[in-house]
Design a protein around this ligand. Sequence first.
Ligand code: 8YV
Length: 319
Amino acid sequence: MTKPRLWITRRLSDATLERAARDYDVVINHGDLPGTADEIIAASAEYDAIIPCHSEHFSADVVAQFSDRLKIVANHSVGVDHCDLPALKARGIAVTNTPDVLSDATAEIAMLLMLGAARLAVSGDRIVRSGAWDSWSPAFMVGKQVTGARLGIIGMGRVGRAFAAKARGFEMEIHYFNRTPLSQEQAHGAIYHDSIESVLAVSDFLSLHCPATPETTNLMNADRFAMLPEGAVVVNTARGALVDEDALLDALKSGRLAAAGLDCFKAEPGGNPAFAAHDTIFMLPHIGSATRQTRDAMGFRALDNLDAFFSGKTPGDLL
Ligand code: 8YV
């Protein structure tokens, strides 16, 4: 039987690429640059399947120009905001993602950002590294304590719950907003709020874990930053689209926010150059799921979805 033709748009983990090469007639973009709209359109005529990352954009405009060969887009990501799902569905193209397997790695990065932002990691590192550390005083670099503080989580899906589990180790009082309340078993004592505003009022620390959709664009805007307690810390490991970046800067300047920890930005790659001057923003370049173990698991999950699809079964992560 001829193997399905598969395009892998980026340099996935070695184990993933080996398995893909064993089971598929695969072309790998070893150059590892994001696939352009033209390349994606051309691929729709040459391949039965694509494994893209969030760096490839399947907009309605791109999908409208597709040929008929492509049958499945098996994303190597949990977020699918780079895919116009209705447009792909209308073309009869299956779409899958990779939930679960990256929840712990992403929650680890959220914890790193929360601790780093709260305890002034950027200034501390810079002062020691630059040789500018020439004095010490009890008043030096005094940050905000995480242990026992109130944590607000917007979006209690898999990553939100993994983060809450880690935060419980810091004895944090966890409040959350979610479209639906969690069962008692899943909530582990976290306090449900039926509105975002209500969570903000009690969030000494706030962490965003919801998908980017038209409804969540600029979810954190000037009005909402103003609802946080004075000196709050905001963490975003979800998507840059969730935060109005000008409003975030204003909130830092006014002192409403003490600090922010960001792994994602409106413009990626690159981030927001206006953030660079602010040591109170601890930044990472969208590496929430970037551990060896998780990269393998994401690649394998995408391949599991393809295997199911091409053997006539419903992929586990069909959207
Ligand atoms: C990935 C992510 O690194 O899964 C997601 O939605 O944002 C990241 O964890 C990236 O999307 C890989 O394609």
